[in-house]
Design a protein around this ligand. Sequence first.
Ligand SMILES: NC(=O)c1ccc[n+]([C@@H]2O[C@H](COP(=O)([O-])OP(=O)(O)OC[C@H]3O[C@@H](n4cnc5c(N)ncnc54)[C@H](O)[C@@H]3O)[C@@H](O)[C@H]2O)c1
Length: 347
Amino acid sequence: MRILVTGGAGYIGSHACQRLLRDGHHVVAIDNLHRGHITPMNLLAAEYPDQFAFIESDLGETPTVLETINKHNLDTVMHFGALAYVGESVDDPLWYYRNNIVSGIGLLDACDAAHDGKGISRFIFSSSCATYGDPPEGMIPVPEHCPQSPTSPYGSTKLHFEHILKEYATQRQREDNPIALTMLRYFNVAGSDRTGVLGEDHAPETHLIPVALNTALGKRESMSIFGTDYPTPDGTNIRDYVHVEDLIDAHVRAMDRIEIGQVEAFNVGIGKGYSVREILDSVRRVSGVDFPVHESERRAGDAIALYNDPTRIKSALGWDAKITDIDEVVGSAWSWFQKHPNGYGDK
Ligand SMILES: NC(=O)c1ccc[n+]([C@@H]2O[C@H](COP(=O)([O-])OP(=O)(O)OC[C@H]3O[C@@H](n4cnc5c(N)ncnc54)[C@H](O)[C@@H]3O)[C@@H](O)[C@H]2O)c1
C-alpha cells in the first residue's frame, strides 16, 4: 500500500515507518519536527531510497499535505502527529486544541480533497486511553464501551478528534464514497525497535520508563513519583505498557483487515497493569543501577489506574501482545538508551 504517516519523525511514527517499509509498503512521513527528529528519517531514507520520502511540514498546511498525498498517490493515512503530554495540555489547553484539532482538520481537508475529490481510502488514528479518564467502578480492565470522560485537555483533544472522524466517515458513507476508519486507543507505549536502529527521544521527556532510564544512566540526579496515596495496592498509579512493535502490529492489522465502510475503535494494551513502583523495580533490575526517587504530590489530570481489556481487538484483528514481560519491554529501551545516551543528538 501507499501510506502517509503523520508525526513520522516522532517516537511511534518512526517505528511505524520502519515496520511498513520492512513489509514492502511505500511510505511518506510528514512532520513539522517540533518534537520529532530528522535522524530516523535520514536513516530510513538511506535504507529504503525507493520506498520512503520525508516531508517537513505542519499538518495544518493543507496545500502541502494535499500535494504530498496526490504526488505520491497515497491511499492510507496513519495519523500519529499530535502533542501528547497530559501536564502540558493542562497548562496550555488552547495550544493542544489548536495543534491536535485545528491542524488535524487541516490534514482531513487534504485527505478529503485528494485524488480529485475522491479522497483517501483508509485512516487509522492514534487515540488514547486518556479519553476514558478515570473509568467508573467495574470498568477496569477497560473495555471499548467504557464511558469516555477525559480528565485532561490532551484526552479531550483525542476524544473530539474521534468524533470529528466519525462524522467525516458518515459523510463519506452518505456520499457513497466510504472510507475505512480505525481509531486505536493506546495505553502506555514503551520500548524500542529491537534491531537497535530507532528509539525514544522526547524533549521534554515525561514518560515514566525513559525518565527512569535517564536517571539510571546518571543523566538526571533523581526522579519523582507523582502521588503515592492513590487507592492502589502500593499507592502509585497503575498503567498498561504495550511494546511499540506490538502497537504498530495493531496498525498493520487494522490496515489489512478493516474494510472500506467500516468504522471501528479498539483499545491497544497488553491487558495487565503495572504500578509506578513496579516499573521502577524493573528499571533497577534491567539496568543494574539503583537511583534516587522522591515522592511528590499527585499531578493534575492523572487517572488512578488504567489497563486494557484486550478481548475485542483479539477477536476482531487477531491481535495479541507478543512482548508481555515488562523486563523485556524495559530492556529494549535500555539497550537503545545505553548506545544513545544523548538520544538522536540532532536537536
Ligand atoms: N507515547 C504514548 O505512550 C502514547 C499513548 C497514547 C497515544 N499516543 C499518541 O500516539 C501519537 C504519537 O506519540 P509519540 O509518543 O510518538 O509522540 P511524539 O511527540 O514522539 O511524536 C509526535 C510527532 O508528531 C509531530 N507533530 C505534532 N504536531 C504536529 C503538527 N501539527 N504537524 C506536523 N507534525 C506534528 C511531532 O513533531 C512529533 O514528531 C500521538 O498522537 C499520541 O497522542 C501516544
